[in-house]
Design a protein around this ligand. Structure first.
Ligand code: FMN
Length: 207
Protein backbone atom coordinates (compact mmCIF):
# COMPACT_ATOMS: atom_id res chain seq x y z
CA UNK A 1 0.00 0.00 0.00
CA UNK A 2 1.64 3.19 -1.19
CA UNK A 3 -0.92 5.51 0.40
CA UNK A 4 -1.77 6.87 -3.03
CA UNK A 5 -5.51 6.19 -3.30
CA UNK A 6 -5.73 7.33 -6.91
CA UNK A 7 -3.32 4.72 -8.24
CA UNK A 8 -3.43 1.75 -5.86
CA UNK A 9 -6.60 0.20 -7.33
CA UNK A 10 -5.24 0.44 -10.84
CA UNK A 11 -2.00 -1.17 -9.80
CA UNK A 12 -3.89 -4.04 -8.14
CA UNK A 13 -6.58 -4.81 -10.75
CA UNK A 14 -5.65 -2.97 -13.91
CA UNK A 15 -8.86 -0.93 -13.73
CA UNK A 16 -11.02 0.84 -11.20
CA UNK A 17 -14.40 -0.51 -10.11
CA UNK A 18 -17.37 1.18 -11.75
CA UNK A 19 -21.04 1.56 -10.84
CA UNK A 20 -23.74 4.23 -10.99
CA UNK A 21 -22.92 5.74 -7.61
CA UNK A 22 -19.21 6.02 -8.33
CA UNK A 23 -19.95 7.44 -11.79
CA UNK A 24 -22.04 10.20 -10.23
CA UNK A 25 -19.39 10.96 -7.63
CA UNK A 26 -16.60 11.19 -10.18
CA UNK A 27 -18.63 13.05 -12.84
CA UNK A 28 -20.09 15.71 -10.53
CA UNK A 29 -18.37 19.04 -11.05
CA UNK A 30 -19.05 22.46 -9.65
CA UNK A 31 -20.99 24.07 -12.49
CA UNK A 32 -20.82 27.81 -13.12
CA UNK A 33 -22.47 28.15 -16.55
CA UNK A 34 -26.12 27.37 -17.07
CA UNK A 35 -28.56 27.03 -19.94
CA UNK A 36 -32.06 28.49 -19.81
CA UNK A 37 -33.70 25.06 -19.60
CA UNK A 38 -36.10 24.95 -16.67
CA UNK A 39 -35.53 22.56 -13.78
CA UNK A 40 -38.98 21.14 -13.04
CA UNK A 41 -40.58 21.36 -9.61
CA UNK A 42 -40.76 17.54 -9.56
CA UNK A 43 -37.00 17.30 -9.94
CA UNK A 44 -36.41 19.99 -7.31
CA UNK A 45 -38.60 18.04 -4.89
CA UNK A 46 -36.66 14.86 -5.70
CA UNK A 47 -33.37 16.67 -4.96
CA UNK A 48 -34.71 17.75 -1.59
CA UNK A 49 -35.99 14.24 -0.92
CA UNK A 50 -32.50 12.90 -1.70
CA UNK A 51 -31.11 15.49 0.72
CA UNK A 52 -33.36 14.23 3.48
CA UNK A 53 -32.04 10.70 3.05
CA UNK A 54 -28.60 11.75 4.31
CA UNK A 55 -27.62 10.38 7.70
CA UNK A 56 -28.26 12.64 10.69
CA UNK A 57 -26.96 12.63 14.24
CA UNK A 58 -29.63 10.98 16.46
CA UNK A 59 -31.94 11.03 13.42
CA UNK A 60 -32.79 14.67 14.12
CA UNK A 61 -33.23 15.59 10.44
CA UNK A 62 -32.50 19.23 11.31
CA UNK A 63 -32.51 20.60 7.77
CA UNK A 64 -34.86 23.24 6.38
CA UNK A 65 -34.80 24.21 2.70
CA UNK A 66 -35.53 27.51 1.02
CA UNK A 67 -36.14 27.16 -2.72
CA UNK A 68 -35.81 30.21 -4.97
CA UNK A 69 -36.78 29.68 -8.61
CA UNK A 70 -37.61 33.26 -9.41
CA UNK A 71 -34.79 34.81 -11.53
CA UNK A 72 -35.43 38.33 -10.26
CA UNK A 73 -35.23 37.17 -6.65
CA UNK A 74 -32.09 35.12 -7.26
CA UNK A 75 -30.45 38.22 -8.73
CA UNK A 76 -31.67 40.31 -5.82
CA UNK A 77 -30.24 37.85 -3.25
CA UNK A 78 -27.03 37.62 -5.28
CA UNK A 79 -26.66 41.39 -4.90
CA UNK A 80 -27.43 41.32 -1.17
CA UNK A 81 -25.01 38.44 -0.57
CA UNK A 82 -22.23 40.29 -2.42
CA UNK A 83 -22.86 43.44 -0.39
CA UNK A 84 -22.85 41.45 2.87
CA UNK A 85 -19.51 39.85 1.96
CA UNK A 86 -17.88 43.13 0.96
CA UNK A 87 -19.17 44.89 4.08
CA UNK A 88 -17.92 42.08 6.35
CA UNK A 89 -14.41 41.89 4.86
CA UNK A 90 -13.71 45.34 3.41
CA UNK A 91 -10.91 45.99 5.96
CA UNK A 92 -9.43 42.49 5.83
CA UNK A 93 -5.67 42.01 5.56
CA UNK A 94 -6.02 38.38 4.43
CA UNK A 95 -4.62 38.14 0.86
CA UNK A 96 -7.31 35.68 -0.37
CA UNK A 97 -10.15 37.73 1.09
CA UNK A 98 -8.76 40.97 -0.37
CA UNK A 99 -9.07 39.34 -3.82
CA UNK A 100 -12.66 38.25 -3.16
CA UNK A 101 -13.64 41.72 -1.91
CA UNK A 102 -12.15 43.30 -5.04
CA UNK A 103 -13.93 40.82 -7.30
CA UNK A 104 -17.30 40.97 -5.56
CA UNK A 105 -17.23 44.77 -5.66
CA UNK A 106 -17.59 44.61 -9.45
CA UNK A 107 -21.24 45.07 -10.51
CA UNK A 108 -21.01 42.46 -13.29
CA UNK A 109 -19.83 39.62 -11.01
CA UNK A 110 -22.61 37.20 -10.07
CA UNK A 111 -22.17 34.97 -7.05
CA UNK A 112 -24.89 32.61 -8.29
CA UNK A 113 -23.67 32.65 -11.91
CA UNK A 114 -27.19 33.29 -13.22
CA UNK A 115 -28.34 29.81 -12.11
CA UNK A 116 -32.08 29.17 -12.49
CA UNK A 117 -32.48 27.52 -9.07
CA UNK A 118 -31.11 28.46 -5.67
CA UNK A 119 -31.70 26.17 -2.70
CA UNK A 120 -30.41 27.26 0.67
CA UNK A 121 -30.15 24.70 3.46
CA UNK A 122 -30.63 25.98 6.99
CA UNK A 123 -29.90 24.03 10.15
CA UNK A 124 -32.37 24.13 13.02
CA UNK A 125 -30.63 25.19 16.24
CA UNK A 126 -28.44 22.45 17.78
CA UNK A 127 -24.78 21.51 18.07
CA UNK A 128 -24.16 18.96 15.28
CA UNK A 129 -26.73 20.13 12.76
CA UNK A 130 -24.34 21.73 10.32
CA UNK A 131 -22.72 18.35 9.66
CA UNK A 132 -26.10 16.85 8.84
CA UNK A 133 -26.95 19.70 6.47
CA UNK A 134 -23.61 19.40 4.66
CA UNK A 135 -24.34 15.71 4.08
CA UNK A 136 -27.77 16.62 2.71
CA UNK A 137 -26.10 19.12 0.37
CA UNK A 138 -23.80 16.51 -1.13
CA UNK A 139 -26.71 14.07 -1.56
CA UNK A 140 -28.55 16.80 -3.46
CA UNK A 141 -25.60 17.63 -5.69
CA UNK A 142 -25.09 13.95 -6.53
CA UNK A 143 -28.80 13.46 -7.17
CA UNK A 144 -28.68 16.50 -9.47
CA UNK A 145 -25.77 14.94 -11.35
CA UNK A 146 -27.89 11.81 -11.89
CA UNK A 147 -30.44 14.01 -13.73
CA UNK A 148 -27.74 15.76 -15.80
CA UNK A 149 -28.20 18.86 -13.65
CA UNK A 150 -25.20 20.87 -12.54
CA UNK A 151 -24.73 22.30 -9.08
CA UNK A 152 -22.35 24.38 -7.00
CA UNK A 153 -22.09 25.22 -3.31
CA UNK A 154 -21.73 29.01 -3.05
CA UNK A 155 -19.96 29.57 0.25
CA UNK A 156 -19.35 33.22 -0.61
CA UNK A 157 -23.10 33.80 -0.25
CA UNK A 158 -23.08 32.85 3.44
CA UNK A 159 -23.51 36.52 4.38
CA UNK A 160 -27.21 36.21 3.48
CA UNK A 161 -27.58 34.76 6.97
CA UNK A 162 -27.26 38.30 8.34
CA UNK A 163 -29.71 39.87 5.92
CA UNK A 164 -32.81 40.29 8.04
CA UNK A 165 -35.10 41.08 5.11
CA UNK A 166 -34.02 37.93 3.30
CA UNK A 167 -34.58 35.78 6.41
CA UNK A 168 -38.04 37.28 6.79
CA UNK A 169 -38.93 36.88 3.12
CA UNK A 170 -37.67 33.28 3.16
CA UNK A 171 -39.61 32.42 6.33
CA UNK A 172 -36.50 31.35 8.26
CA UNK A 173 -37.25 30.88 11.97
CA UNK A 174 -35.11 32.51 14.68
CA UNK A 175 -31.84 30.77 15.50
CA UNK A 176 -31.53 28.80 12.26
CA UNK A 177 -28.05 28.71 10.76
CA UNK A 178 -27.45 29.13 7.05
CA UNK A 179 -25.26 26.18 6.04
CA UNK A 180 -25.37 25.61 2.30
CA UNK A 181 -26.35 28.01 -0.48
CA UNK A 182 -26.59 25.66 -3.49
CA UNK A 183 -27.23 26.55 -7.11
CA UNK A 184 -28.69 24.14 -9.67
CA UNK A 185 -29.37 24.19 -13.40
CA UNK A 186 -28.68 22.42 -16.66
CA UNK A 187 -25.05 23.11 -17.64
CA UNK A 188 -24.33 25.08 -20.80
CA UNK A 189 -20.82 23.57 -21.05
CA UNK A 190 -19.94 19.87 -21.22
CA UNK A 191 -16.97 17.89 -20.05
CA UNK A 192 -15.85 20.12 -17.22
CA UNK A 193 -12.44 19.04 -16.04
CA UNK A 194 -12.08 18.01 -12.42
CA UNK A 195 -9.54 20.04 -10.47
CA UNK A 196 -6.60 17.76 -9.74
CA UNK A 197 -7.08 15.80 -6.55
CA UNK A 198 -4.27 15.52 -4.05
CA UNK A 199 -3.67 11.79 -3.96
CA UNK A 200 -1.31 11.42 -1.05
CA UNK A 201 -4.01 11.98 1.56
CA UNK A 202 -3.73 8.98 3.86
CA UNK A 203 -1.81 9.95 6.97
CA UNK A 204 -1.35 6.37 8.06
CA UNK A 205 -2.75 2.94 7.17
CA UNK A 206 -2.60 0.72 10.23
CA UNK A 207 -3.21 -2.98 9.41
C1 FMN B 1 -18.09 24.80 1.35
C2 FMN B 1 -17.87 25.13 -0.10
C3 FMN B 1 -17.92 26.44 -0.52
C4 FMN B 1 -17.77 26.76 -1.87
N1 FMN B 1 -17.93 28.06 -2.27
C5 FMN B 1 -17.85 28.36 -3.59
C6 FMN B 1 -18.16 29.69 -4.02
O1 FMN B 1 -18.49 30.58 -3.24
N2 FMN B 1 -18.09 29.95 -5.35
C7 FMN B 1 -17.75 28.98 -6.26
O2 FMN B 1 -17.70 29.29 -7.47
N3 FMN B 1 -17.47 27.70 -5.87
C8 FMN B 1 -17.53 27.37 -4.57
N4 FMN B 1 -17.32 26.08 -4.16
C9 FMN B 1 -16.98 25.03 -5.16
C10 FMN B 1 -15.51 24.64 -5.08
O3 FMN B 1 -14.71 25.65 -5.65
C11 FMN B 1 -15.31 23.29 -5.82
O4 FMN B 1 -16.05 22.30 -5.15
C12 FMN B 1 -13.86 22.86 -5.87
O5 FMN B 1 -13.09 23.74 -6.66
C13 FMN B 1 -13.70 21.44 -6.46
O6 FMN B 1 -14.29 21.36 -7.75
P1 FMN B 1 -15.44 20.30 -8.07
O7 FMN B 1 -16.61 20.61 -7.15
O8 FMN B 1 -15.77 20.49 -9.50
O9 FMN B 1 -14.91 18.93 -7.78
C14 FMN B 1 -17.48 25.73 -2.82
C15 FMN B 1 -17.43 24.40 -2.39
C16 FMN B 1 -17.64 24.10 -1.06
C17 FMN B 1 -17.63 22.64 -0.63
Amino acid sequence: MSGDILTDNIAATGERPSNAVLDNIYRRRSVRNFSDKEVSDEIIKELIRAGTYAPTAVNKQPWRFVVVKNKRLIDEYDERAKKAFVAAYKDTKHPDLIGYVRNLSKPEVRLFYGAPVLIIIFAAPDAMNEHDCALAAENMMLAAQSFGIGSCWIGLAAGLEYNKEFLKEAGVPEGHKLVAPLIFGYPSKDNLKAPVRNSDVILKWMD
